[in-house]
Ligand binder design. Structure first.
Ligand SMILES: NC(=O)c1ccc[n+]([C@@H]2O[C@H](COP(=O)([O-])OP(=O)(O)OC[C@H]3O[C@@H](n4cnc5c(N)ncnc54)[C@H](OP(=O)(O)O)[C@@H]3O)[C@@H](O)[C@H]2O)c1
Length: 216
């Protein structure tokens, strides 16, 4: 199975995805800007689920050792992170889970990205990588509870069809998830922005909402 590095893997979303991918059997390297934080994140997942193939490393080391790389940093840090790691990401599939959202007035609001989406920005910075966009609508809290069944569809966008299909298969390696082909990166903004709406709904109804595409 392909080895997956998670850049920003010390955060809740990166740890949650890392846990689920490792349970599915993928070797996972949690990346961080700090080696100790990376090790602690990996140890934390091993405490949740002993024996899974997870380790921690500096972001650059994680990216260079992996086959596929997940970007799980805040939007504000995306450009500099991707620019620094570009040489290690060339030729690889890069999956963005970044949802550009701000909370300045207390409510979640989508941030308008000049390139169209965080994933499109990433692709523009990484012309030699195949960028896809996925997993935005999974909550870290649920990902980190391995006994909890996940619900919803993983809408995948990307300009390279093979990378899109590979990301959909990765989603389906996680029990009960379904990958849905969302087409090119031009559509990624719809999914990224929808995350802000789900956050608002979650807060209002004190529930975990998700996305399910009906009719297919
Ligand atoms: N949390 C969720 O439920 C959720 C759901 C869907 C999508 N997402 C998306 O997933 C991404 C990660 O979410 P999160 O909640 O895990 O975020 P987070 O905790 O704010 O950040 C994740 C990690 O990124 C690193 N980081 C923080 N600021 C950075 C910067 N300026 N430059 C480079 N690295 C930085 C930190 O790791 P080190 O300091 O160890 O390097 C941090 O632990 C976000 O883009 C978010 O929109 C989150």
């Amino acid at each position: 199975m392909p080895t997956i590095a998670i850049i920003g893997g010390s955060g809740p979303e990166g740890r949650g995805l890392g846990l689920r991918f490792a349970i599915a059997g993928h070797p996972v390297i949690l990346g961080s800007r700090d080696a100790q934080r990376a090790r602690e994140a990996a140890d934390g997942l091993l405490a949740i689920h002993a024996g899974i193939p997870v380790s921690g490393a500096m972001n650059a080391d994680a990216a260079s050792r992996a086959d596929w790389v997940v970007l799980s940093v805040p939007y504000e840090g995306l450009r500099s992170t991707v620019t620094d790691l570009a040489p290690s990401l060339a030729g690889k599939m890069v999956i963005s889970v970044v949802a550009p959202i701000n909370f300045t007035d207390g409510n979640p609001r989508p941030v308008l990205v000049p390139e169209g989406s965080a994933a499109a920005l990433t692709q523009s910075l990484l012309p030699e990588s195949k960028v896809t966009s996925a997993f935005h609508n999974l909550s870290a809290r649920e990902l980190l509870k391995p006994d909890e069944m996940l619900h919803g569809d993983i809408i995948v966008n990307g300009d390279d069809r093979d990378a899109r299909l590979a990301t959909m298969r990765l989603a389906e390696d996680v029990k009960s998830l379904r990958g849905v082909d969302g087409g090119p990166l031009a559509n990624a903004r719809c999914v990224e922005e929808f995350t802000s709406l789900l956050l608002y709904i979650n807060r209002t109804y004190k529930k975990r909402s998700t996305v399910k595409i009906l009719g297919i």
